[in-house]
Design a protein around this ligand. Structure first.
Ligand SMILES: NC(=O)c1ccc[n+]([C@@H]2O[C@H](COP(=O)([O-])OP(=O)(O)OC[C@H]3O[C@@H](n4cnc5c(N)ncnc54)[C@H](O)[C@@H]3O)[C@@H](O)[C@H]2O)c1
Ligand SMILES: O=C(O)C(=O)C[C@]1(C(=O)O)C=C[C@@H](O)C=C1
Length: 302
């Protein structure tokens, strides 16, 4: 039996439209409604036939929903939830997909104090944005981390978990603070490094943007993919997850300073020892069959 029959997606960009495509594929009898604050996105979503109904008001989209998924930048979650609160059925369950969780959980609890809220984070994405970029298989064999509050009804958590499992994801549950620290290391810091290195390269006097492209066949090109990620989404993540990111950034800066010192004093042993350790980590990941964080890009526009 399906965990939900009437699903509403608020925010029809990369993640919202991926969920819509995945629901169509895996739960074809579910009635899908959608809303986006941007009229151009609503128009594109209609043209792509992402939902049964794309409404011009958030309240209209949720009026008979049993699950509402907020797929907006984390800084907009509170306002998006407040905008639909009046029209939300009392028994509807609300979830989100935000990349950081503590602030989002607080914003949702403030906006919807009487509803069951199950914050979630599908750990899957790309550097693309918008409704055309969605991928039906994006969540296959990817983690979806749920961060419910202690008082959230277990049945609501179980139904949201079943929904994500139905889209192909694997479920993990942890508290929001732990999520934010873990993701600060594995996702937020790598994005900050990518933004920095691409910015530094383009700022360097002798490296014109033409040369950056021309000589970026290898590692640098991988950084440019990450550095192309959505500016609004990532602005919001760093503002929302400030404490954990600053903590991780301090450790990273200290380690980087250590490497700088090793290079300065010509200490090859230190460099080689670290590079040997990190190579083993990568090889361990590949051996476990997790060799790429991204889904098969050959199947992206299905
Ligand atoms: N991109 C990724 O790789 C990725 C992965 C996992 C989770 N996430 C999370 O998913 C969420 C959405 O990210 P995305 O990549 O789909 O971004 P996106 O820019 O592709 O889509 C976001 C959409 O939200 C809409 N929006 C903004 N404010 C709104 C509001 N108040 N009401 C209704 N619609 C509003 C925008 O118009 C836009 O269409 C973010 O919270 C992000 O942290 C992103
Ligand atoms: O592969 C990418 O493009 C991503 O950045 C995906 C990624 C990540 O860091 O792994 C980005 C943000 C999310 O919240 C989840 C997934």
């Amino acid at each position: 039996m399906l965990p939900f029959q009437r699903v509403t997606i608020i925010g029809l960009g990369l993640i919202g439209s991926s969920i819509a495509r995945a629901v169509r594929r895996h739960m074809p009898t579910v009635r899908l409604s959608g809303y986006d604050a941007d009229p151009d996105v609503r128009e594109a979503a209609r043209a792509l036939d992402l939902c049964d109904d794309v409404t011009d008001q958030p309240g209209t989209a949720v009026i008979d929903a049993d699950l509402v998924i907020l797929c907006v930048p984390v800084g907009a979650v509170g306002a998006a939830a407040a905008a639909l609160a009046e029209d939300l059925p009392a028994e509807a369950i609300v979830t989100d997909v935000g990349s950081s969780k503590s602030g989002v959980a607080r914003a949702l609890a403030d906006a919807l104090p009487r509803h069951a809220v199950v914050p979630a984070h599908p750990v899957a994405g790309t550097e693309q944005s918008g409704p055309a970029a969605g991928i039906a298989t994006l969540f296959h064999q990817r983690w979806c981390i749920l961060t419910p509050a202690a008082m959230t009804p277990p049945v609501a958590v179980a139904r949201v978990a079943a929904f994500w499992e139905g889209l192909g994801a694997e479920i993990a549950t942890m508290d929001a603070e732990r999520h934010d620290l873990v993701l600060a290391v594995t996702s937020h810091l790598p994005h900050l490094i990518a933004y920095t290195i691409v910015g530094t390269a383009s700022d360097m006097e002798r490296v014109t943007s033409g040369e950056v492209i021309k000589y970026s066949a290898g590692g640098f090109r991988d950084f440019t993919r990450i550095a192309a990620s959505d500016p609004i989404m990532w602005r919001d993540v760093f503002l929302a997850n400030r404490d954990a990111v600053l903590d991780v950034l301090d450790r990273f800066s200290a380690d980087l300073a250590g490497l700088r010192a090793a290079i300065e004093r010509g200490d090859g042993d230190t460099l080689q020892a670290l590079f040997t350790r990190t190579r083993a980590i990568r090889r361990g990941i590949v051996e476990q069959g997790q060799d790429d964080a991204r889904p098969d890009f050959g199947r992206r526009h299905d």
